[in-house]
Write a protein that binds this ligand. Sequence first.
Ligand SMILES: Cc1ncc(COP(=O)(O)O)c(C=O)c1O
Length: 398
Amino acid sequence: MSSPLSPAVIDAMRARTPGVRSTTHFNHAGASLPSAATLEAIHAHLLREASMGPMEAGAAAREQTERARTLAARLLNAQPVEIALTTGNSPGWGAAFAALGPWRAGQRILVARHEWGGNLATMRLVAQRAGASIETIPSDASGRVDPRALEAMLDDRVRLIALTWLPANGGLINPAAAIGRIARHHGIPYFIDAAQAVGQLPIDVAEVGCDVLAGAGRKALRGPRGTGLLYVRQDFLPHLMPAFVDTHSAPLDANGDPVLRDDAARLESSEASLALHCGLANALEEALEIGIDNIRAQIDRTAQTLREELAAMPGVSVLDQGVERSGLVSFNVAGLDAMSVRRALATQGIAIGSNGVAYTPFDMTSRGLTQIARASVSYLTTNAEVDKLLAGIRTLMR
Ligand SMILES: Cc1ncc(COP(=O)(O)O)c(C=O)c1O
């Protein structure tokens, strides 16, 4: 049973989060605030590296540094062999995409209109060179990608379906599992960008039916910057030939032949920050301890309150679409551009995000939007912080 967290539990977690004392943070979708224990885990490994030598520390602390993989697998209902540890969302997503190999003229990539701009850029570079196409799957009236519309677009030239589960520019949640059922039924590779979903939504990769799912450590999970998770379904691994390999992903055998790993680590690099992996492991452990269902319930409650309060303010338009909503709240303030709203709130000690078109170009363009202000909440967010944000916005409009 999921339930929002009690104020006492939230207070206790805030007491263990140094950042909440110095900033009013509404940019958890950009990057959240790590706990003191996550910082300590990073620091402890850096100290081990400094005292033993980094290579020796890596060998000695293998158990700690590998914990992130095991915990990430638990978080996603996957196997540890299906998890690669990466340095962010795009490095994982991009490595998996590049590993699909060459594209041919006429092949098709179908994307929802909320696709992350970085993924689109990656796909476009390859598609343009090969003469492949990128086509947008229509959305339903609520703005979500429409599974029936996807079904109508399919033919044997479709080589990839890509979905950004929780778009970067608002609170919409896409029906990832409904798209997955279609992708599975037709045997089409299915990539999910879960940068905003990991740590915020309960995720069961088997239920979602994806072949690849990428996530970032620094967002809802509250892990360190420079970390990410990549899930690759075990049966799909043989379809992925890394764009390049190293001594970790494909060590040479006695004959000098590269032996490509048969787990998701074939998409990892031998060089990585093990200190950050230790921090990520701690963040994962904390999220699993709280329970993702509870995190989801708490974020939903706070985001909904914020949305309702913003919608009731004259001069503010809430721009979130969809039916089910995430912790990202998008809005515009009449007469002010989003960047100015963000800058003015920053002078009051309040951090929000602001996006232009480039992060979600198809969605912004189709809705006639050029910018949005984005306040994103965490389970750490209190009602007092929501009130401070609302008061801050009122001040701007005077
Ligand atoms: C939906 C989505 N995808 C991808 C990214 C990029 O993540 P990263 O900077 O870790 O590559 C973001 C970042 O905000 C995002 O919101």
